[in-house]
Design a protein around this ligand. Structure first.
Ligand SMILES: [Zn+2]
Ligand SMILES: [Zn+2]
Length: 138
């Protein structure tokens, strides 16, 4: 049983946030961008219900990388921790990094996407989840 709000933050503790409602879905992204952004083989993120994210402290520390062709990636400008990404065309579409939560986010990743670009140095786990070569389609 997961208690709400969920809480989370960055590594240095400067940014703290809460998510007030259950997450809508979660998955692993193996795209090259996520590999660069995280320094790992894949990124685990969960989409949140519209309006359910609140920054509790450190809003002034939150920086954003806004590529011209994709979601804005928000992170702590002091310690560099990834926090969430935002669809620039839809303020209700926010995806929080599962590793930013303090405890159990109450959801499990249910797919792997962009596996065509998966890191050569780590095998995709044989976890039975559907794999999509490009962006998840279903
Ligand atoms: Zn920080
Ligand atoms: Zn990605």
């Amino acid at each position: 049983m997961t208690d709400y709000p969920l809480t989370g933050g960055c590594l240095c503790g400067g940014v703290r946030f809460e998510v007030t409602e259950p997450l809508l879905g979660a998955g692993y992204c193996h795209c090259t961008r996520c590999q660069r952004r995280t320094g790992t083989a894949a990124s685990a993120s969960g989409r949140i219900a519209p309006g359910s994210l609140r920054i509790l402290q450190g809003e002034e520390l939150v920086r954003s990388y806004e590529p011209t062709d994709g979601f804005a990636k928000d992170f702590c400008g002091f310690c560099g921790s990834a926090l969430w990404s935002r669809n620039p065309h839809d303020p209700d579409w926010i995806v929080v990094r599962l590793g930013a939560f303090d405890g159990d986010p109450g959801i499990r990743p249910s797919y792997h996407q962009f596996v065509a670009y998966a890191a050569a140095w780590q095998e995709i786990p044989d976890d039975g989840l559907p794999r999509f070569p490009e962006r998840r389609t279903a």
